[in-house]
Unconditional design. Structure first.
Length: 255
C-alpha cells in the first residue's frame, strides 16, 4: 500500500499512534513508535520504489490491513474444509467476560486462552473436528478494555444440538470453565448456510487489535496496551487453529 494512496484518516491515525508511543518509558515501545511512523513510506531508488511495512507492532494501523490479507490462505482453506466435511455443521461463537482496566488486558487474555482449552473439553465441543480461535481487543466507551474470543468450529451434524441448546450449553460451559460469578454475554449459533459459514470465518480473521480514532483521545490506554504487547520474548498468540481447520505449510506456500 503506497503512502500516497492512504486515506487522510488512516495516515492521521498512524501518526497519532506513533506520537503517543514515542512518549513511552519503555525502549521497546519507543522503537515500535519509530517504525510505525515510517510504515507505508516508499523506499528504494526512484522508479524502483516499494512501500516499507514495519510489522513490528500489533498497534500499527497500516499493518492491520496487511495482516488481514495474510489470512487469505486460511480463508481459502476453510472453503475446501467445508466441502470435504458435508457431515459437519459450522459453529460460530463469541465468548466474553466483563470489561477490565487496560492494564489487566494481557492477564485477562491469558485467562481466556486457558479457559478456552478447558471449554473445548466439554460436550458437545469436545467433538469438534476442527476449530479456529481469534482473540480481539477493543476499547469501550468508558475507557476500559474488552478482550474477547471469536470461535469457529465444525460440529458433527448428528450431535442433535439445536441453535437454542447450543446457546445455553455455550453460556453454561463458558461460565463454568472461567469460574465466573455472573452470567457472561455470549453469542453462539449454527451456520447452516454456506455463504454465512464463509462470511463468519472471514470475520474471524480481521485484525485482533482494532485501533480506532477514539484511542487517540486516551493516550494512557494506548500506552498500557502497547506496554503489554511489547514484552521481549513474550509474543502473545492471538490466532490459533487445530484439527482439520489447521492449514498445512504446503497449503500456505501454494496459495
Amino acid at each position: 500500500m503506497l503512502l500516497s494512496r492512504l486515506s487522510a484518516s488512516l495516515k492521521s491515525l498512524r501518526d497519532g499512534v506513533a506520537a503517543i508511543l514515542s512518549s513511552s518509558p519503555l525502549a521497546s515501545v519507543r522503537s515500535a513508535a519509530r517504525a510505525i511512523a515510517a510504515c507505508g513510506d516508499l523506499h528504494g531508488e526512484e522508479g524502483n520504489q516499494c512501500p516499507w511495512h514495519c510489522g513490528s507492532s500489533r498497534l500499527c494501523p497500516v499493518c492491520a490491513g496487511r495482516s488481514h490479507r495474510q489470512h487469505v490462505p486460511r480463508r481459502e482453506h476453510i472453503a475446501s474444509v467445508l466441502a470435504c466435511h458435508p457431515d459437519h455443521v459450522p459453529v460460530f461463537a463469541t465468548l466474553t467476560v466483563r470489561n477490565v482496566p487496560a492494564e489487566r488486558t494481557r492477564r485477562t487474555i491469558d485467562s481466556l486462552h486457558r479457559g478456552f482449552d478447558r471449554f473445548r473439553q466439554r460436550w458437545p465441543f469436545r467433538h469438534l473436528a476442527g476449530f479456529a480461535r481469534a482473540t480481539e481487543i477493543t476499547r469501550s466507551a468508558d475507557g476500559s478494555s474488552h478482550p474477547h474470543l471469536h470461535v469457529y468450529g465444525l460440529l458433527p451434524a448428528d450431535s442433535s444440538v439445536t441453535n437454542g441448546a447450543l446457546g445455553l450449553l455455550t453460556r453454561r460451559h463458558w461460565q463454568s470453565t472461567m469460574a465466573l460469578n455472573y452470567e457472561p454475554a455470549i453469542d453462539a449459533r449454527l451456520l447452516t448456510d454456506s455463504d454465512d459459514a464463509i462470511c463468519a470465518f472471514n470475520y474471524l480473521t480481521k485484525d485482533p487489535i482494532q485501533v480506532t480514532p477514539d484511542w487517540l483521545q486516551d493516550p494512557a490506554f494506548v500506552l498500557s496496551i502497547a506496554a503489554q504487547f511489547h514484552l521481549p520474548g513474550k509474543r502473545l498468540r492471538l490466532f490459533a487453529s487445530g484439527g482439520v481447520m489447521k492449514p498445512s505449510k504446503a497449503e500456505f506456500l501454494n496459495s
